[in-house]
Write a protein that binds this ligand. Structure first.
Ligand code: COI
Length: 355
């Protein structure tokens, strides 16, 4: 099928569910917009792209994604500007990362035209679902999973790719208490930590639950070899301000290459802050905290945006950080990034795509 010739039939809902939405009180991930974009892969090609009402799908019990985990996903957001236009933030970067995850999980790549056409048509149809409220966005969830009806461990020959969306507010409602994980690992060199694979999240649930039982919202992963170096946090990359410098672990095969991470680092450099992408030892954080130099800590992610960290627990001690209101660097970066995403500031790197 030539992508140039592609038309996406839109099967529309007869009655929108948008009245269920209270724009001033949006809970993350609970309410879904009216439509979804669906395309299937078979006989070596993506076929039959469609927009249809959001709703249940029927799957066979032998659907291979359910058994062997060939399932990958993305998170991205669309915003509304002051004129009511819809702006997508760095969608092609999400597609590129999806295709990196696809390669690692032995799944087919998705062509850019198909992704962008599906996304744009979906957003046009569900435009009313993009919240006008500050701090809110339409979260888009592109994902792909293996659909072969087959019990045997081999890559599936068929796949389904879907994008659905949900209006969202903040993912974390407060500054977080996090704990450095001393035992479990998220990812090891040679593994699939850099892929946004469903299984990476599934395997993280038990360690996260154990930390939550001890009173922490999230954990911070450490390296698989020695548990000495910081990797990333539960749903986000992690950054620190130590003695005025913005410091974050470098992306690697074990750390997800966050798009918000990249946006924050790029913006910080442009604003003249010193940025260091390098290994961060736990001992460095402990020493910096003792010396009063651990000034800020925060997570970055599409869902989390910039999520402030209030407390970091390590080895029996809670390290409390300075109050969030006084955090110059992360608060400034959050404000500036928000302005770009919502069309209130120049966008020299063309991160924003207008529908
Ligand atoms: C995102 O930040 O969009 C993510 O995918 C993290 C999440 C699992 C909510």
């Amino acid at each position: 099928m030539s992508i140039d010739m592609l038309t996406i039939p839109a099967q529309c809902v007869t009655e929108s569910r948008i009245q269920e939405l209270d724009y001033n009180n949006i809970e993350f991930g609970k309410i879904f917009s009216d439509h979804m974009f669906v395309v299937d892969y078979k006989d070596g090609a993506w076929q039959n792209p469609q927009i249809m009402p959001y709703g249940p799908m029927s799957l066979n019990p032998a659907t291979s994604a359910l058994h062997y985990g060939q399932a990958i996903f993305e998170g991205m957001k669309a915003y509304r500007d002051a004129n009511g236009d819809i702006l997508m933030f760095r969608p092609v970067d999400n597609l590129n990362r999806l295709n990196i995850s696809a390669e690692r999980m032995c799944m087919p790549a998705l062509p850019e035209d198909l992704f962008m056409q599906g996304l744009e048509q979906l957003l046009r149809l569900d435009a009313a679902w993009v919240p006008p409220t500050s701090g809110c966005a339409l979260y888009l969830r592109p994902f792909m999973f293996a659909t072969d009806d087959f019990i045997g461990v081999r890559p599936s020959a068929t796949y389904r790719f879907i994008i659905f969306s949900c209006p969202v507010g903040a993912y974390y409602g407060q500054a977080l208490k996090v704990a450095i994980e001393p035992q479990f690992v998220r990812s090891a060199e040679g593994g699939a930590g850099y892929a946004k694979a469903a299984g990476n999240y599934g395997a993280a649930l038990l360690p996260a639950r154990k930390m939550q039982d001890k009173g922490y919202h999230q954990l911070i992963w450490t390296d698989a070899k020695e548990h000495k170096y910081i990797e990333e946090s539960g749903t986000m990359n992690v950054m620190f301000v130590i003695d005025g410098k913005l410091i974050t672990p470098p992306v690697s095969t074990t750390i997800l290459k966050g798009i918000t991470r990249d946006s924050v680092l790029t913006l910080a450099r442009e604003l003249g802050y010193t940025v260091e992408e390098r290994k961060v030892a736990i001992t460095e954080l402990v020493e910096a905290h003792k010396a009063g130099k651990l000034q800020e800590a925060f997570g970055t992610g599409t869902a989390a945006t910039i999520a402030q960290i209030a407390t970091i627990h390590y080895d029996g001690t809670d390290m409390d950080l300075p109050a969030v209101e006084g955090r110059e660097i992360s608060n400034r970066l959050a404000t500036e990034l928000d302005k770009i995403k919502t069309g209130q500031a120049p966008d020299p790197l063309n991160w924003v795509q207008r529908i």
